[in-house]
Design a protein around this ligand. Structure first.
Ligand SMILES: [Zn+2]
Length: 354
């Protein structure tokens, strides 16, 4: 899904539908109803039920484990832990899990790992270790394990840190396979270098441009990558949406954006929502997507880049849309069908060769 960010893609995967249906179009958005910019991590923003809930409501046992707690409430939406058949917790807050809220307690002892740091490889490893443990001891009918991309932001493919991380993933994939499940692996998005040769992030600061074009503060630039974990990316990604004052000429603004170097797409709301399957009421008047090595910011002064100790790697655009899908079984896909990452449950549940 575009934007190639965490929340839109994870929620597409767990509902099997695009953001136009489930409503989660970013990690962060401008809520026209309240006039406020808010995190899109509350279940009240969900417009579709999850596949997990459908299984749970049909009597199956389900488990959801996420790295960051910001996703847990969305992925666990509609599950009732009091049934004894639903577990949903994050590694970030594993020490705070309770039977009433998460369907499980004493998670640290259960998994056999200490609470990981929120900025660590172990935050993802904890998810997979928990998955292996849940599979061996509780054997849920359906389980969703969602890791985080901290390492991928910080370490390029082929580096020692990246190789260690993928060796760890591979080890757990082996353990899950050995435990006898149908295992399907996919990604929410890709990742690219987004910096200049000198290591500085390669940024187009859109709010500064619109302030120059229309007057200070007339337009509102929203970066849906925004979340509390600025060490990953400093809120710099390759997708932005812009709210314009009513008198602004959308066509003229789009023409100016398309003239900038490093812009892959500049579209009005209607075209962007049709092309990327987004909910029009949660998208601004314009949508801007930057290229493989370029990111979009608001204004330089509004980005905390102190956590960017490595040259920026980030995502959000078309160049981070293609992801792998890997299964431990042979599958049959109808000829001509283009698979999306959010088809992964359909593939794992319905497309395995007998
Ligand atoms: Zn990320």
């Amino acid at each position: 899904m575009i934007p190639s960010f965490t929340n839109p893609n994870n929620i597409s995967i767990i509902t099997g539908r695009p953001p136009a249906v489930h409503g989660i179009a970013g990690n962060y958005f401008f809520d026209p109803a309240t006039g406020e910019e808010v995190m899109m991590n509350d279940a009240r923003f969900m417009r579709a039920p999850t596949i997990m809930k459908a299984f749970h409501d049909s009597g199956a046992s389900v488990a959801v484990v996420t790295a960051k707690d910001k996703l847990r409430t969305l992925l666990g939406y509609g599950l009732d832990p009091s049934s004894g058949r639903a577990v949903a917790f994050s590694s970030e807050k594993a020490d705070k899990a309770t039977r009433a809220e998460n369907g499980i307690e004493d998670v640290l002892a259960f998994v056999g790992m200490p609470l990981p740091d929120v900025y660590s490889a172990e935050l993802s490893e904890f998810v997979l270790a928990a998955g292996v443990k849940l599979l061996r001891e509780r054997r849920p009918d359906l389980m969703y394990l969602s890791t985080t991309d901290y390492i991928q932001h910080k370490a390029a493919p082929g580096s020692d840190i990246a190789n260690r991380f993928y060796a760890m993933l591979d080890r757990y994939a082996g353990e899950l396979d050995a435990a006898g499940c149908v295992l399907a692996l996919t990604a929410d998005h890709g990742m690219n270098d987004k910096h200049l040769p000198n290591g500085e992030p390669d940024v187009i600061y859109l709010q500064e441009l619109f302030d120059a074009w229309l007057g200070a503060g007339k337009a509102r630039v929203i970066l849906p990558i925004t979340d509390p974990y600025v060490v990953h990316h400093g809120a710099l990604g390759s997708f932005a949406t812009v709210y314009l004052p009513s008198e602004a000429d959308r066509g003229a603004m789009l023409a100016r954006l398309r003239d900038l170097a490093g812009i892959d797409a500049a579209l009005d709301r209607e075209e962007a929502c049709a092309r990327y399957e987004l909910p029009p009421d949660r998208v601004g008047d314009l949508v801007v997507v930057s290229g493989r090595h370029k990111v979009l910011g608001t204004a330089a002064a509004r980005h905390d880049l102190s956590g960017l100790t490595e040259p920026l790697r980030s995502h959000g655009g078309l160049t981070e849309q293609a992801v792998p899908m890997i299964l431990n079984r042979k599958v049959s896909i109808p000829p001509g069908r283009q698979l999306r990452n959010f088809d992964v449950f359909d593939v794992a549940l319905n497309r395995i060769q007998p």
